[in-house]
Design a protein around this ligand. Sequence first.
Ligand SMILES: [Zn+2]
Ligand SMILES: [Zn+2]
Length: 141
Amino acid sequence: MLFYSFYKAWKLDPGTITATHGERKRIIVNLAEDGSLDFKSFCPTCLVRRPIRSKHCSICDCCVARMDHHCPWVDNCIGVDNHASFMIYLFSVIVCYTYVVYGAFCSNIPLTKFSWLCYIALYNANSLKIPHNSVSFVSLV
Ligand SMILES: [Zn+2]
Ligand SMILES: [Zn+2]
């Protein structure tokens, strides 16, 4: 579930607002005639009408409907179409991280090879002197 939701958040279109050349012309003319050709309702970069809660992402260089943010971890905008996948991905990361940390420090859960690797990576990366009580030390050895 972690990798599947990550893949969907990474590769799904976040809800890019597109328009054909003719639609852009019509949008500009309509907004100019209505007198509402401002940056709140019109994107001067994409030349499209922006719905409410949409934003232009300068990294992706497109307007995204109901944009939350541009996530550098999934290298994609989080918008209307991949927001649910992103939330599932975040929940999966929290569950996996909790399992790894809990498994590394609790003797009741058997350590897997993955949690061993994460424990060693965390221990070496932070250069912390992690205090071991006798029970967790025995389980690690
Ligand atoms: Zn735009
Ligand atoms: Zn973006």
